[in-house]
Design a protein around this ligand. Sequence first.
Ligand code: OGA
Ligand code: MN
Length: 289
Amino acid sequence: MSMTIRQIGPCFAGEVEGVDLTQPLPPAEIGAIHAGMDEFAVLIFRRQGLDDEQQLAFTKSLGELEHAIGTSLRAPEDYRLPTTFADVSNLDKENKPLARADRRRLFAIGNRLWHSDSSFKPTPAKYSILNARSIPSKGGNTEFADMRAAYDALDDETKREIEGLICEHSQIYSRERTGFKDFTDEERERFEPVRQVLVRTHPVTGRKSLYLASHAGTIVGWPLPEANIFLQDLTEHATQRQFVHVHEWRVGDLVIWDNRQTMHRARPFPAEEPRDMRRTTLAGDGPTV
Ligand code: OGA
Ligand code: MN
């Protein structure tokens, strides 16, 4: 059977069938996946059941890897996975769920706010590839929002207003929204803000998208409260149901999203249950500013 993609979201998000990602893919299928990403921005591969090695091999077949170093509150000796993976689980090194009040967990659940991966890095991420190795008994969906459709739906005056605006992104900003504020001096230095444009243009399709994230905490040249309220308004607009697709995980599902064209967020689940999600990430082409 050859590879097919069927749109399952309101304006984006395709489910892919007829491909086995545990095996090396021929160039034509790699090309079809990139073309599918350009069009649908999120691709869902049900029940692929990849192990770490297969996930890494598949990721590398799509492009250059972004490493996950120093982006969480885990100390390097505390990593459960190699830095080729972003550990999106709620597990410690012994594979036990982190205690509810553990600051590593309280930092990590910041991904329940709408965001785009690594927008806090000078060169932000291209694709994220998330593999469900174990899932909780309930909750824990991941939601995606189409930032191209959200951009298109803005009125012309707003489109003019946001063209050329530059935001500053940091994990400090996203976490402070949740009330998490007890960063060490070392962490404040490590999470220093970076600049990103607010409107991005896709290099292949030429479509514009809103480049928003909970990490965006200021607009350069704007008074802070006004910037925050404006970004909040845009985020509310961009995450209306008509722009959102909800993924309900099954073990072995693999989902790829384009961070340049979408936002996503995790949804809550019982804290005492393991949720082992492993992300590989493709590096972006360069800074957006
Ligand atoms: C991520 C992420 C959401 C989730 O992997 O970058 O935000 O539902 N994941 O785990
Ligand atoms: Mn994320």
